[in-house]
Unconditional design. Structure first.
Length: 238
């Protein structure tokens, strides 16, 4: 597998302050309808270039909600989320182009598509320019060990192989901000090694990563900052 990073194909990079965070969450508040307590209560978090941040917590603590707010899928009821000069509420496509998002579970896959078709489809959704799509798909197949499965239908892949496809989708357009929800799910040792290698390559090119998972993974992944999410608040770990 090649370890030489390609230059990012993401257009319209946001204006960043020198030394400032790539993604900044400022006093973000979110409460689900019907619940008395907020799932996120004035949460602030900075994600900086070249760093991996880990957030753990019990199931239902709000990790997925925090990731969806960072990705712009949900909008905060109070507070704000920014990537450079782009805000999640009004940044539109320019904001979304900076994000690589891996949801938990087995979502985002089209069962009857072949692996190459799935990645090409995702490249279109990620606004990869037409002339770069084939190259980005080929690189993603190689980097996540999917070349031998390129022509196989997605619904004929194992759970671990599907997880590799979903990771390849998140990394495909070389985003500035990677948001990963339980990325180790179903991965074998080889898959986990591939994920670690792509994490290293992404941070070396200056991306930032937010990795959310249950407690315990902070002891097996390398990260620059660790937090626990509980009762709507982030607390540093260690």
């Amino acid at each position: 597998m090649s370890s030489t990073p390609k230059t990012s194909s993401t257009p319209n990079q946001p204006a960043l302050s020198p030394g400032g965070p790539l993604l900044e969450m400022k006093e973000v508040y979110h409460r689900w309808k019907g619940q008395k307590q907020p799932v996120l209560d004035e949460v602030s978090l900075d994600l900086r270039a070249g760093e991996v941040t880990w957030i753990g917590g019990r199931n239902g603590a709000g990790k997925t909600t925090l990731l969806r707010l960072a990705a712009g899928i949900l909008l905060p009821q109070r507070g704000r989320v920014d990537i450079g000069a782009l805000n999640s509420e009004d940044g539109g496509n320019r904001y979304q182009r900076q994000i690589g998002f891996l949801s938990a579970g087995d979502r985002s896959l089209q069962a009857r598509m072949r692996v190459t078709q799935q990645l090409d489809y995702w490249a279109r959704l990620a606004y990869v320019p037409r002339e770069l799509r084939a190259e980005r798909v080929a690189i993603s197949l190689e980097r996540f060990g999917l070349e031998e499965f390129a022509d196989r239908r997605v619904d004929r892949m194992s759970m671990g192989q599907r997880q590799r496809i979903r990771l390849a989708m998140a990394f495909l357009h070389e985003p500035q901000v990677l948001l990963l929800d339980e990325p180790r799910n179903s991965l074998d040792d080889e898959g986990y090694a591939l994920l670690n290698e792509q994490t290293r390559m992404a941070t070396e090119r200056g991306a930032t990563m937010l990795w959310c998972s249950p407690r315990g993974e902070d002891r097996v992944i390398e990260c620059d900052a660790s937090y626990s999410l509980s009762e709507g608040h982030l607390e540093p770990v260690g």
